[in-house]
Design a protein around this ligand. Structure first.
Ligand SMILES: C[S@@+](CC[C@H](N)C(=O)[O-])C[C@H]1O[C@@H](n2cnc3c(N)ncnc32)[C@H](O)[C@@H]1O
Length: 277
């Protein structure tokens, strides 16, 4: 029997997971509106707490995908977070743009960006003209975040729009079946002087995986926040790609191009190619 899945970082097996250590769950704006979870969760602590999600991992993923990708950019790192991919992408493709919504993470990314251009935007409305990129990358479960599934689909449609004909979209997502069936309901870890309690659940009706994180310092609750992701199946993702004019040309079960096994792989890494219109 395999180790149960700890829904972490977003959702990998045995990965320590934390994000947004100062963020309240669905924090309130001064105008009283509740902001969505993804605005609250990705704060400046994210980069420290996911230190194992580093540039070396990004390098090896890009190495393994190299033969499937265009020789030159421009390329887009969609939801670039703290920018661990920007250097490796720049060395391979030349011109790179990183897009993210989190001011905190973009500030960290700025220090690593080199010549990459950074854009603060919601991934549903990226400000790029049709055919701007030879490739778009979305790493580490940066998809499936929205309340309305139509918004998730809109992200893929916008990616297809800003890809050149024949351009590639690499989406690194979880494999819903094994991930949801192996979810670890509760776990605890220590990071520096903080104790972190995580609880995880899968709501079958909405198909949303939720992780609630409570961070304690000297036994006082410092912050709590929530992460959510809709557990799209591989077939659903393939269908979403197809509806946006993206042909899925490669499927892998991990970062070293492991064969995708529907009942076993914890990741579903798809490479879509924009069909000519
Ligand atoms: C799990 S992290 C992955 C970061 C990066 N791709 C990596 O591999 O390190 C998800 C990222 O999505 C960003 N994000 C969340 N919601 C977003 C939105 N609506 N528009 C743009 N970026 C968003 C977060 O700020 C965060 O940087």
């Amino acid at each position: 029997m395999r180790t149960p899945t700890i829904l972490s970082g977003f959702l990998g097996r045995n990965r320590n997971v934390l994000a947004g250590l100062q963020a309240p769950v669905a924090g309130r704006h001064s105008n009283g509106c509740t902001r969505p979870w993804f605005e609250a969760a990705f704060s400046r602590f994210y980069a420290d707490l996911y230190a194992h999600r580093d540039t070396a991992e990004a390098e090896s993923l890009l190495d393994s995908l190299q033969d499937l990708l265009p020789a030159r950019g421009p390329v887009l790192d969609l939801a670039c977070g703290a920018g661990r991919l920007l250097g490796p992408l720049g060395r391979r493709f030349g011109e790179v743009v990183g897009l993210d919504l989190s001011r905190d993470l973009l500030a960290v990314a700025r220090e690593r960006a080199g010549s990459a251009r950074l854009v603060r935007s919601d991934m549903r409305t990226p400000p790029f003209a049709a055919g701007s990129f030879a490739a778009v990358f979305s790493f580490f479960t940066s998809f499936g975040y929205f309340e309305n599934p139509a918004d998730d689909e809109a992200v893929v449609a916008r990616v297809a729009h800003c890809l050149q004909p024949g351009g590639k979209y690499v989406l690194d997502f979880l494999n819903a079946g094994p991930v949801t069936s192996e979810l670890v309901p509760k776990s605890e870890q220590t990071i520096g002087d903080r104790r972190v309690e995580s609880s995880r659940s899968f709501d079958v009706a909405s198909r949303v995986i939720r992780k609630t994180v409570r961070v304690f310092r000297e036994d006082a609750l410092e912050v709590t926040y929530e992460e959510r992701v809709r557990a799209y199946t591989p077939d659903e993702l393939d269908a979403i790609f197809a509806r946006s004019g993206l042909e899925v040309v490669h499927r892998y079960g991990g970062y070293a191009k492991e064969p995708f096994e529907r009942d076993r792989s914890l990741r579903y890494v798809l490479v879509g190619r924009r069909m000519s219109s």
